[in-house]
Design a protein around this ligand. Structure first.
Ligand SMILES: *Cc1c(COP(=O)(O)O)cnc(C)c1O
Length: 221
């Protein structure tokens, strides 16, 4: 795009540029617009610019916001990018098209049960605690093979791996590690990169970048 006029056009242009440098096809990278905390009025301009993949981090917030928008704008793909409690698995399976936060055996069980009940398979990214941070969600790297095996046995379609690198450190080695783990396990999807580092993530193989602030501005909550 020659003269990007909206934040979305700017982000799209940046993605295209990163893809070109990385010799990748722009179609191989999905921009997930993370609209958490932002109201429908902030989301609609993006929908009108044909953005179709959106991310939310809370099931209840998404239930309040999205049904009306889904009706008005066909073809939207909703991504759950936040931690999921097992008791919300049914609601998540009903509303979301992709889940980025499968991170523990108990959630494999809850999601498998929910998918069976709904008669619907929702592709899931397994979230990896890539920086081995104590407070952070995500499957410990050492437990990843076992968790992938359990997901496979439960007939959960695994789209790939997802990570949130530690804050305020250069993210490159963490993206490279997630890429390697995905390759080792024969998985195509890599959900990595946010507003501050999505171009870097694309250079290192991201297939899904989750961008909020660069599209919607700063969140107040
Ligand atoms: C909020 C959020 C994002 C978007 O972050 P920005 O820095 O606003 O782009 C991406 N991924 C997850 C898991 C999030 O919770």
């Amino acid at each position: 795009m020659e003269n990007p006029e909206t934040p979305l056009e700017q982000v799209r242009a940046n993605i295209a540029k990163a893809c070109k440098v990385a010799r990748r096809e722009p179609d191989d990278v999905t921009l997930v617009a993370v609209s958490k905390t932002h109201p429908a009025e902030a989301i609609e301009p993006l929908l009108r610019q044909r953005q179709r993949a959106f991310g939310e981090n809370r099931v209840q917030e998404a239930q309040a916001k999205w049904p009306a928008l889904l009706e008005a704008y066909p073809g939207v793909e909703l991504h759950l990018v936040g931690q999921l409690q097992s008791n919300k698995a049914d609601d998540a399976v009903a509303l979301f098209d992709v889940i980025h936060s499968l991170d523990r055996p108990s959630l494999v069980k809850a999601l498998a049960r929910a998918m069976n009940r709904a008669g619907k398979r929702v592709p899931c990214f397994v979230q990896v605690n890539i920086g081995s941070e104590e407070q952070k969600g995500g499957c410990p790297i050492g437990e990843l093979p076992q968790l992938l095996k359990r997901a496979d046995e439960a007939d959960i379609p695994v789209a790939g791996l997802m990570c949130i690198p530690p804050l305020e450190i250069e993210p490159t080695p963490f993206f490279a590690l997630l890429d390697k783990l995905a390759r080792d396990h024969g998985l195509d999807g890599r959900s990595m990169g946010m507003s501050s580092d999505y171009e870097t993530a694309i250079m290192l193989g991201a297939t899904h970048v989750r961008v909020g602030t660069a599209l919607f501005g700063t969140r107040s909550t």
